[in-house]
Design a protein around this ligand. Structure first.
Ligand code: PTT
Ligand code: SF4
Length: 609
């Protein structure tokens, strides 16, 4: 078979054993790779009801069939597990040389299980696997740990690691690579920490067998050229995602003070043009010529990386309008290995709770020093930090009063950086996203604003479903970066051509959409299976704040969502997906997608509820 290595590597940390496993070719054809493999593996190999932080949970690192063959923007992998933050399916997409080395070592995925007796890191060098002592690395930040590992294994090795956040099992701890790539928002770093796994180091040297190696070389060169030729390329290199700050401000979508407002009085100070003034370089994922990480000097003199999400969540959402200070907070997030979106979200929640006198700690909006201390406390689970380390859904239960109404999450995952008081389509995107409130599967807000943001027209449901198939399905299964497509207009046909040269197979868009639908439906089934009797359509509804508290500032003043109309959109969404009124995939839908075996388990759920 061309394009896929057709092997997984199982790593059992309890027994320090590595077992390669040849998988069935049908799996590749039905699930492609990345998120597709991860969803299937987690469904098949984790028992219903598994505690995410127990020995029984598994964490999967899965690449796609376009990884490690020199294509533009292809140096990424999916890291997935049952999430300790949400209790459902969790994953993230991280750029790392580890993705390239994994495939060149001969594996499409690593499946890690068990728990090491003492801190451990795994070193994979082609077919040799070692379980090594990481006692000296435990307690180090992700950046320090990676630097140490590079001294031992060389600067070219692919490395993913966790910081103290992961070690202390903060529920939104991530996996970090190369000082600024951070993936697995719903606590993938905590799962590594629970297994005492500090890092994975991979060195692979075998080229991937391709159906048309010469054609692929030519295509890769053309692909890089095509990216460079796009009219938006030059500005992208200057600002990456940062220009979205100004866009969000102009369109009342900028999360401000725990999403109470959607415009920020200091937006200009934290926007793309302000960032350009302090920018020192670009960095990013392997095999990318769009490198979008904006490296700046932070207020402490360290290098930090700024993207729209981390600037907004650690800036406007906590009232902070000083970019160098925001960069320092983001640097802390990378060092500790904490998701900057969830971190900014829980801090915003804490500051509001403090303002309302619901907690004893007095911390004002934008109080940089106290917020820095609080981040330290989150990573080390001290005091209020320990409460926030559980995520905003759990923190609201502790704080009580009406705080659940302004705890900004869906299914336990903190909302990312788009306010939805006046964006029902984007609210539905958050409501139905496969890992909780992330913009990953569908960033429909820019389109929505063009077609009429206040409307609840069914066209928004159609657009959302289509977008989810491409972004949440295709790109996550291929594990290639979606930015060329959604930010520069790099056409989807390129990926069909790449797939043909890699695998020798023609994949039509209909076939690819079917694969995406299969993956997203299986993920939905996973949630239903794990939530059992606690499953309900309310889990697909975004936070109460957006429905009950209108905006009081900016051009969209007075706007809020309408719950009745939102529910009608949700009904239409379920109907089009072939899901029932509770958002559970129907038996007929699962069978149509070739998920008959999985359908039986979901039938049990139907019968028992
Ligand atoms: C992604 C999420 C995002 S989405 C951002 S900024 W973004 C935040 N970045 C963080 C960070 O930095 N440090 C930190 N400690 N935590 C952070 N949390 C947040 O994580 C990222 C890019 C980005 S930057 C985006 S949108 C795109 N996401 C893609 C995706 O999901 N799939 C895909 N096929 N391609 C994508 N391309 C883009 O990749 P998560 P990365 Mg990412 C400092 O990880 O879990 O998906 O969360 O990993 O390699 O850094 O790439 O404006
Ligand atoms: Fe990574 Fe950015 Fe390049 Fe995408 S555009 S591959 S996120 S550096």
């Amino acid at each position: 078979m061309f394009g896929w290595t057709v092997f997984f590597l199982n790593l059992d940390l309890t027994k320090s054993k590595a077992i390669p496993e040849q998988y069935d070719e049908a799996l590749a054809l039905n699930f492609l790779g990345g998120r597709g493999f991860a969803a299937k593996i987690l469904w098949d190999r984790i028992k219903q009801g598994t505690d995410p932080l127990s020995t029984e949970n598994k964490i999967v690192f899965a690449a796609g069939p376009l990884t490690a063959i020199g294509l533009p923007n292809s140096g990424k992998l999916v890291v997935a597990s049952k999430s300790p933050l949400t209790g459902g399916y969790g994953d993230g997409n991280i750029g790392s040389w580890a993705a390239v080395h994994l495939r060149k070592a001969g594996y499409d995925a690593l499946i890690v299980e068990g728990k090491a007796e003492k801190p451990t890191y795994v070193h994979i060098k082609d077919k040799t696997v070692e379980f090594l002592d990481a006692s000296d690395l435990w307690g180090l930040s992700s950046i320090e740990a990676e630097a140490q590992l590079r001294k031992t294994h060389g600067r070219l090795a692919g490395i993913v690691s966790i910081g103290q956040g992961g070690e202390n099992q903060v529920k939104f701890a991530t996996v970090v690579s190369q000082e600024g790539r951070s993936g697995g928002r719903p606590g993938m770093g905590a799962v590594m920490g629970s297994k005492k796994l500090k890092a994975i180091v991979i060195e692979g040297r075998t080229p991937i067998p391709l159906a048309d190696p010469d054609g692929m070389k030519k295509l890769a060169a053309e692909g890089y050229g095509e990216v460079l030729s796009k009219p938006l390329y030059a500005f992208w290199k200057r600002q990456g995602t940062m220009s979205t700050v100004e866009w969000s401000q102009e369109n009342s979508a900028l999360p401000t003070r725990n999403y109470k407002e959607a415009v920020f009085e200091k937006a200009e100070d934290i926007g793309g043009f302000a960032m350009e003034k302090i920018k020192v370089s670009n960095r990013g994922c392997p095999q990318c010529n769009m490198t979008c990480g904006n490296v700046v000097k932070d207020s402490e003199g360290n290098n930090s990386e700024l993207d729209y999400e981390n600037v907004t969540m650690l800036g406007s959402n906590i009232g902070l309008g000083n970019l160098a200070q925001i960069a320092s907070l983001n640097r802390l997030a990378d060092e500790f290995g904490l998701d900057s979106i969830s971190l900014g979200n829980v801090i915003g929640f804490a500051l509001e709770a403090s303002e309302k006198g619901l907690i004893k700690e007095k911390i004002g909006w934008a109080d940089f020093e106290k917020i820095k201390q609080l981040i330290n406390d989150v990573a080390n689970r001290r005091g209020l930090g320990a409460v926030l380390a559980e995520g905003v859904r759990a923190a609201a239960k502790t704080v009580g009063n009406d705080s659940s109404d302004w705890a900004m999450h869906v299914k336990g995952l903190e909302v990312s950086a788009y306010d939805c008081h006046l964006a029902p389509g984007m609210a539905l995107a958050y409501g139905t996203n496969s890992i909780g409130a992330h913009h990953k599967d569908a960033w429909v807000i820019t389109w929505e604003i063009k077609v009429g943001r206040a409307s609840y027209d069914p066209i928004k449901v159609d657009n959302l479903i289509e977008t989810q198939l491409i972004r949440g399905g295709l790109f996550e299964a291929l594990t290639v970066c979606r930015f060329p497509y959604n930010s520069l207009g790099f056409e989807l046909e390129w990926y069909q051509r790449y797939l043909k040269a890699a695998t020798g197979k023609d994949f039509s868009m209909e076939q690819l959409n079917l694969i995406s639908e299969r993956i997203l439906t299986l993920i939905r089934a996973f949630w239903v299976r794990e939530y059992g009797k606690n499953w309900g359509r309310i889990l697909d509804v975004p936070p109460v704040r957006w429905f009950n508290e209108p905006l009081t500032e900016g051009a969209s003043k007075g706007s809020k969502l309408d719950l009745g109309k939102y529910n009608s959109m949700l009904d239409a969404y379920y109907a089009k997906k072939g899901w029932d009124q509770m958002g559970v995939p129907k038996q007929s839908t699962m069978k149509r997608l070739g998920l008959s075996q999985e359908a039986r388990q979901i039938e049990e759920y139907h019968n028992s509820s």
